[in-house]
Design a protein around this ligand. Structure first.
Ligand SMILES: [Zn+2]
Length: 94
């Protein structure tokens, strides 16, 4: 079993997924409790992978202030290099 160590399981996707799969994983992780949490190590200086606008990713899932592009980072490895972009057409299923 892989997972985040909290005992919850997710079908499809995972913390090591890429792109939209990772965004989906973070969105649904822990029943949605993770996506709005502040990144424990501090905000990441992200660059939007859709429109190249620099922005601060403060939570594990965030949106570009300019184009609303959805970005997420795996909770166990929140570094700039691990930020994943869901794609230009992706919108959060809210
Ligand atoms: Zn953008």
């Amino acid at each position: 079993m892989s997972g985040c160590g909290c005992g919850c399981s997710n079908s499809g996707g995972g913390p090591f997924s890429k792109g939209r799969d990772l965004v989906d994983f973070v969105f649904h992780a822990h029943g949605g409790a993770v996506r709005d949490q502040k990144i424990m190590q501090g905000p990441l200086a992200a660059t939007c992978q859709g429109c190249n606008t620099p922005f601060l990713l403060e939570t594990y899932l965030g949106q570009c202030p300019k184009c609303d592009g959805v970005h997420a980072v795996a909770p166990m490895s929140p570094t700039v290099d691990n930020i994943q972009f869901a794609g230009k057409e992706y919108r959060l299923p809210l």
